[in-house]
Ligand binder design. Structure first.
Ligand code: NOJ
Length: 545
C-alpha cells in the first residue's frame, strides 16, 4: 500500500526534518480525549494539530498506541500492527498521519522490540507448545539443577527477572514486568517478524521509530550470571554489574540489519532509547552512521540546574557523537519528573524553565520536547488512591511516573479542555496554567518556545552550526554555533545574581532573550544577564573571537 507521505522533503527544502527539526513527544493517553472517557486518543491528537503547527514542531513521537492490556500503559504490546481501540483504529491513525503530513509534520511510532505483552499471540502460542517455532522467540528455561532460578538476573521493575509459567512448565525471562516477557533477538524467525512490523508501518507512511530500551535487545547467548558489585550485595538491581543483560556487543549487528530496513525507504529514521548514564556507551549506538540515526542522550534528564554540569554534559556528548552521527537534547520524558519541577525555585517562577527552553532549542542536536513543557507544566501530585503506574506497587509509590503523565492543560475550565469525562489522572490547575491563556500573552513561556522555534528554523547556525564552548564566569554556560553563513552565541546565566560578560564582540543581527521585553545588547563585548536568564544572538559568520 502507498501510505501518506509529507509534502516537503530534503530535496525540495534542503532541510532534513529529523536532523534540522524539532520533535515533540505525545503521551497519547494524556493529550486530548475526543470520546469523553477521560483517556486521550488519536482523533484527539488530530484535533490538536493546529497547536503543533502553530508552535512550529517538525515531528511528533507517539508513545505506544498499539493494542495492549496496558499493564505498562502500552509498553506491553499484544499486537504490533494495529491500534488499541482505546486510542481509535487504523483508520484514525491513517487520518492523523495524512493530516499531520499535510502540515509538514512527521510521525514517529514507539516500537517496543525487547518484550511483548504476555497476552501477545506469539507468547500465548510459545507458552502452550514446546514444539512451536515461537518457543524460541522468548527465553524459556528450566530451573538450575539445585532448583534455583535459571540465573541471578533481576527485573528493572523489581524482583527476579524470571517468572514460573505453569502452562509452559518452565520459567520465562522478563526484564520489566512479569506481563512483559523478553523477546529473543537471536531467533531468526523473530527478527524477520519484527522487520515485517517495521515495514508494515513504513509502508503506511510512518516517518520513523523511537525504539524502546534498545540497549537490552541482545543478551549474552548463555544468559550468564551477573557479577555482584563488591560491597553492594543485597542492593537488588543496582547491586549487579550489568555486563550480560544489556549492551551486549551483538546488538550492533542487529542494529545494522535494522537500519537497512529503514533505509529501504526515503527520509525515515530511528531514535533509540539507550537508557545508560555513560555517553561513552550511548555513542556506540550510532555505529559508523549505519546503526541508529539518533541515540537519546539522557544526561540532562539527570543533571541538576547547574551551568558547569550542564555545560560539561553538552560538550561531552557533542565531542563523542561520531562524525556520521548527530546529537540530540532531552530534558523531560514520560519516565522522568518534568524539568520545570526539577529546576523549580520559589524565587524564579518560570524563569528557569525559560532558560531551559533556550538551552534545548539552541544547543547542537535535535531537541525533543515533552508535551506540556511549552507551557511549563509541573509535576502534579497524585493521591495514593489515584496512582496508575505499576511501579508504585512493584517498586515504591515514590517511583510512580504518573506525576509527569497528567493530562495536557489546554483551557482554563474544569477538565482543562482535555476531556469532558473524568481524566484518567488528576488534571493540574489549568485555570492557572494553560495553552489558551498563554497564547493570549506574548510574555508567556509558550510564546518564548514559539519564538525560539521560529528563530531556530530560520537560522543555519542554530540548526546545523558546529558547537564550541566559550569561556564564561562561574554560573554561566556560554557557547557558539558556527556555520559558514552565520554565527550564533548563546549565554545562559544559571546563577542567582546578575552578571556582565564579554561574548567576543560583534553586533547582533537578530536573536532573543529569555526575559520578555529585554533588548539584545548593541555589542556582544558587553552583555548583561539578569539572574536565571539567557540570550541567543546571531551575527555574521566572521564576527567575534
Ligand atoms: C522504557 C519506556 O520508556 C518505559 O516507559 C517503559 O516502562 C519501559 N521501557 C518498559 O517498556
Amino acid at each position: 500500500m502507498a501510505g501518506s507521505r509529507p509534502k516537503d522533503s530534503e530535496s525540495t527544502t534542503g532541510r532534513l526534518w529529523w536532523r534540522d527539526g524539532v520533535v515533540y513527544q505525545i503521551y497519547p493517553r494524556s493529550f486530548q480525549d475526543s470520546k469523553g472517557d477521560g483517556i486521550g486518543d488519536l482523533e484527539g491528537i488530530r484535533r490538536r494539530l493546529d497547536h503543533l503547527e502553530w508552535l512550529g514542531v517538525d515531528a511528533i513521537w507517539l508513545s505506544p498506541c498499539f493494542p495492549s492490556p496496558m499493564a505498562d500503559f502500552g509498553y506491553d504490546v499484544s499486537d504490533y500492527c494495529d491500534i488499541d481501540p482505546m486510542f481509535g483504529s487504523l483508520d484514525d491513525f491513517d487520518r492523523l498521519l495524512a493530516d499531520a503530513h499535510g502540515r509538514g509534520i512527521r510521525i514517529l511510532l514507539d516500537w517496543v522490540p525487547c518484550h511483548t505483552s504476555d497476552q501477545h499471540p506469539w507468547f500465548q502460542e510459545a507458552r502452550k507448545d514446546k514444539e512451536s517455532d515461537k518457543r524460541d522467540w522468548f527465553f524459556f528455561r528450566d530451573a538450575k539443577p539445585d532448583g534455583s532460578l535459571p540465573n541471578n538476573w533481576l527485573s528493572i521493575f523489581g524482583g527476579p527477572a524470571w517468572e514460573w509459567d505453569e502452562e509452559a512448565g518452565q520459567y520465562y525471562l522478563h526484564s520489566f514486568l512479569k506481563e512483559q516477557p523478553d523477546l529473543n533477538w537471536r531467533s531468526p524467525g523473530l527478527v524477520s517478524a519484527m522487520h515485517g512490523v517495521l515495514r508494515f508501518w513504513l509502508d503506511r507512511g510512518v516517518d520513523g521509530f523511537r525504539i524502546d530500551v534498545i540497549h537490552r535487545l541482545l543478551k549474552h547467548p548463555e544468559l550468564r550470571d551477573l557479577p555482584v558489585i563488591p560491597g553492594r550485595e543485597g542492593h537488588g538491581y543496582g547491586g549487579l554489574e550489568h555486563v550480560h543483560d544489556e549492551n551486549h556487543p551483538d546488538v550492533h549487528a542487529s542494529l545494522r540489519d535494522l537500519r537497512k530496513v529503514i533505509d529501504e525507504y526515503d527520509e525515515r529514521m530511528t531514535v533509540g532509547e539507550v537508557y545508560v548514564t555513560d555517553p561513552n556507551i550511548t555513542k556506540d549506538y550510532y555505529g559508523k552512521g549505519d546503526e541508529l540515526n539518533l541515540a537519546f542522550n539522557f544526561a540532562l534528564v539527570h543533571a541538576p540546574f547547574d551551568a558547569a554540569r550542564i555545560g560539561d554534559e553538552i560538550a561531552r556528548f557533542d565531542a563523542l557523537v561520531p562524525a556520521e552521527g548527530w546529537p540530540d537534547i532531552v530534558l523531560s520524558s514520560h519516565d522522568a519528573p518534568r524539568h520545570a519541577s526539577r529546576f523549580d525555585h520559589p524565587r524564579f517562577g518560570d524563569d528557569r524553565a525559560r532558560l531551559a527552553a533556550m538551552l534545548l532549542l539552541t544547543a547542537r542536536g535535535t531537541p525533543f520536547l515533552y508535551y506540556g513543557e511549552e507551557i511549563g507544566m509541573r509535576q502534579i501530585p497524585i493521591p495514593e488512591d489515584r496512582l496508575q503506574d505499576p511501579l508504585a506497587w512493584t517498586l515504591h509509590p515514590n517511583a510512580s511516573r504518573d506525576g509527569s503523565r497528567t493530562p495536557m492543560q489546554w483551557e482554563p475550565v474544569a477538565g482543562g479542555g482535555f476531556s469532558e469525562g473524568d481524566p484518567w489522572l488528576p488534571m493540574g490547575d489549568s485555570e492557572r496554567r494553560c495553552v489558551a491563556d498563554q497564547r493570549e500573552d506574548p510574555a508567556s513561556l509558550l510564546w518564548l518556545y514559539k519564538n525560539l522555534l521560529t528563530l531556530r528554523r530560520a537560522s543555519p547556525a542554530l540548526m546545523s552550526g558546529s558547537f564550541r564552548r566559550l569561556e564564561a564566569p562561574e554560573g554561566v554556560f556560554a557557547f557558539e554555533r558556527l556555520h559558514p553563513e552565520q554565527r550564533a552565541v548563546v549565554a545562559l546565566n544559571f546563577g542567582e545574581d546578575p552578571i556582565t560578560l564579554d561574548l567576543g564582540g560583534g553586533a547582533p543581527i537578530g536573536g532573543l532573550t529569555t526575559t520578555y521585553g529585554a533588548f539584545l545588547p548593541p555589542d556582544l563585548s558587553s552583555v548583561e544577564l539578569t539572574e536565571a536568564s539567557g540570550l541567543v544572538a546571531l551575527t555574521g559568520a566572521s564576527s567575534g573571537a
